[in-house]
Write a protein that binds this ligand. Structure first.
Ligand code: AMP
Ligand code: GLY
Length: 429
């Protein structure tokens, strides 16, 4: 690979801070720009004031600065065709084309792909007419699963306990358009019971290299209660994801999708993320994402022992090989600290203290998400604020380290779950 690389990373969340932190350790990095970044990212890279979805401005910047490789964190620029635009301009980019990213961008398309390539998944029906959707619901039994077809910032899935609630969700999405055009079409899905895990792979469109497993905590409160969020914490490895299941998920989900999409003229290059539901040793795919997960990336990258830039660069050039990806046997846990009111609202401008004390704990890195600098202070600037992430020999050690560090951080109204990683213990780890 090229040495002295100039890299542009797109995004501003905890995921991107973890990516920037890891990229900054690469011996082949000369300069790292992040657009737009956040207050934590500014400590390891140069932040550029361009929004993550402003593809025109990103392309102009990358051209002007002669960026060697651009890496895309979030899904929105991918769906907007950032990879297509950069490639057309002769610029190397890590991330799928707009067509391929529809595996995340349209739930109906994703289902079609899974059915076509024989990937185990829940039965589903797509509707553009609210009355037909309701008629289908009336023939099912609770709980009901209703999904807005398009992107809704992780909030487009409703699990309804009653038919009234389910019909209301249809009206909200299709008539009131609470998610805008994303709700023009809805998918009604068979409810799946079990334990979830996140399984991600790097791929250059042909070669697939798996990452270590992780588990997200989507609900806002302890014990998986309360509304869904973008993710309140994550840990890796997820013991529910046994080596046997990992092998099957590679063979029955990742391989058929990567091969199928290539054969169908929409090769997928980037990170393919499968959200799995696991029950009695078998899995079904709940969803595919076209990017790293947030907050799964934080613990996953803490366990990566090789050069992330070399992996991205190889994948972007169709030269990915398994030897580039080496994992540590350690465990890692990320506890998300959210601002008052999250997920409904997000308070801004609250001063955060204790960050240095927290980061001084052995094995701990504090990744920033919604933070900003205000003079000498770091203040809240979004819903998910920080991801306190710790690495240790085993999950319990990582949990203890992460929560000790969390105890040092103060900010009015900030809240977090106290049970991140607890599910791992139930598997006897
Ligand atoms: P998705 O964005 O499709 O992953 O859905 C968000 C969350 O809703 C998932 O992480 C699950 O917790 C839940 N969910 C989605 N689909 C189903 C389903 N078919 N059965 C049960 N829970 C589901
Ligand atoms: N943590 C879930 C996601 O990134 O989609």
């Amino acid at each position: 690979m090229k040495q002295h690389m100039k890299v542009l990373l797109v995004g501003s969340g905890g995921r991107e801070h973890a990516m920037a932190w890891k990229l900054a350790q690469s011996p082949n990095l000369e300069k790292l720009y992040v657009a737009p970044g956040n207050a934590g990212i500014a400590q390891v890279a140069t932040c550029v004031d361009i929004a993550a979805d402003n593809v025109d401005a990103l392309l102009a910047f990358a051209t002007r600065e002669r960026i060697d490789l651009t890496v895309v964190g979030p899904e929105v620029p991918l769906m907007k065709g950032i990879a297509d635009r950069f490639q057309a301009a002769g610029l190397a980019i890590f991330g799928p084309s707009a067509r391929a990213a529809r595996i995340e961008g349209s739930k109906a398309f994703s289902k079609e792909i899974m059915t076509r390539y024989g990937v185990p998944t829940a039965g589903a029906w797509a509707f553009t007419d609210p009355d037909q959707a309701k008629a289908r619901l009336a023939r099912l039994s609770p709980p009901y699963v209703i999904k807005a077809d398009g992107l809704a910032a992780g909030k487009g899935v409703v699990i309804a306990e009653t038919l009234d609630e389910a019909n209301q969700a249809i009206d909200d999405m299709m008539v009131e358009r609470v998610f805008g055009d994303a709700g023009g079409k809805v998918v009604i899905e068979e409810f799946l019971d079990g334990e979830e895990a996140s399984f991600l792979v790097f791929t250059d469109g042909e070669t697939i290299v798996p990452m270590v497993s992780a588990q997200d905590h989507k609900r806002v409160f302890d014990g998986d209660r309360g509304p869904n969020t973008g993710g309140m914490g994550a840990y890796s490895p997820a013991p529910v994801m046994t080596p046997e299941l990992e092998k099957r998920a590679l063979e029955q989900a990742m391989r058929p999708v990567v091969d199928g999409m290539r054969a169908d003229g929409m090769p997928f290059q980037g990170i393919l993320y499968a959200g799995l539901m696991i029950k009695d040793g078998a899995f079904k795919v709940l969803e595919f994402n076209a990017r790293f997960g947030d907050p799964e990336t934080q613990p996953i990258l803490m366990r990566l022992d090789s050069d992330l830039l070399a992996i991205f660069d190889a994948a972007a050039h169709g030269r990915l090989t398994p030897d580039l990806v080496r994992w540590s046997d350690a465990a890692a846990v990320c506890v998300v600290l959210a601002s008052a009111g999250y997920p409904e609202t997000a308070s801004k401008g609250c001063v955060i203290t204790g960050l240095d004390k927290a980061a001084a704990y052995e094995g701990v890195t504090v990744f920033h998400a919604g933070t900003a600098r205000d003079g000498k202070n770091i203040v809240t600037a979004g819903g998910r604020v920080l991801g306190v992430t710790a690495r240790a020999a085993d999950i319990q050690g990582a949990i203890d380290r992460a929560y000790n560090a969390v105890g040092q951080i103060h900010c009015e109204g900030m809240h977090y779950r106290r049970d991140i990683g607890a599910k791992a213990a139930r598997h006897g780890h």
